[in-house]
Design a binder for this molecule. Sequence first.
Ligand code: ATP
Ligand code: LTN
Length: 336
Amino acid sequence: MEEVIAKKRILSAIQPTNTPTLGNYLGALLNWIKLQDEYDCAYSIADLHSITVRQDPQKLRKQITESYALLLAMGVDPKKSIAFVQGHNPAHAELSWVLSCYTQFGELSRMTQFKDKSEKHPENINAGLFTYPVLMSADILLYQADLVPVGVDQKQHIELARNIAQRFNSVYGDTFTMPEPYITKTTAKIMSLQDPTKKMSKSDENPNACISILDDRDTIVRKFKRAVTDSEAEVCYREGKDGINNLMSIYSAVTDKSFEEIEKEFSGKGYGDFKLAVGEATADMLAPMQAEFQKIINDKKYIGDCMREGAEKAYKASRKTLQKVYKKVGFVELPR
Ligand code: ATP
Ligand code: LTN
């Protein structure tokens, strides 16, 4: 009999804190789409994570629905993969509690995202912001994920998930799969267009610093035109040319051209021509997805149906792990 080899599992998530940026798209989301055929994928809108920073409830509700619709518009196939909202599966919060008892205070204190965000929001350094990586570990470990496609800023969190998994496994025996990050080298960190030493972030206050994947063509071209570069005039990838390096990474990801090809294409031309080309190529790449989004966002029934199916599949895919964990730590199962 032919042996059926189970596909490896992928899990990833994005917070519905704002419309995703080109950084989110090239750094993480594009991989989500590409990996769907080869792997068993589960993709989630991390609503629970998003309230570590204060959110307006009405705006958050809208953002969750829009982010979910964007996943579908980008090409996450709700039949092939599990496309779900994290809060629709209670197992995430439940496992997170257990794992928090196997995570050290010192480990969490070393997380750079915690340090950055507490500096940014000194008025609201809440316990959720601190334990955020435990919830993220629960997201990953619940589904026994082998691979986690993310941008490089999340690598430290995945290492923590591995440490927690290993600790738990060594006490209770094999329980969790060890997850690995899946990071695309050139687009692992797309930088801000206004300060190319900082990552492009969807919560940046300066709208010119990031391209939202729903920005229209004129806006995209204008933002690239204003991108901060340097005082030279040569389009080439070199240390110290942060702004140009970033634009080259974007152009390369969007057009599939190598850095050498890009250098050749723009040799003897100025930054103006290059920026215009990056802007136009980016707008062209995003246009079909934007059109699809407009269709989906107006079809509330379809979104609701997909969410329901996603939540059911997510629950089924994760139930066993939670049961196993409860049993291993010594909780008593409710007699049937
Ligand atoms: P926020 O600004 O609200 O913290 P964010 O822009 O960092 O949000 P997340 O929802 O935290 O976005 O991240 C979603 C995914 O996008 C993650 O996999 C993250 O690693 C990736 N990502 C975020 N910013 C970038 C970037 N500038 N370049 C490449 N990948 C990125
Ligand atoms: N913390 C992630 C979002 C996230 C995530 C996850 C990513 C929440 N849960 C599980 C991968 C796997 C971020 O991008 N800031």
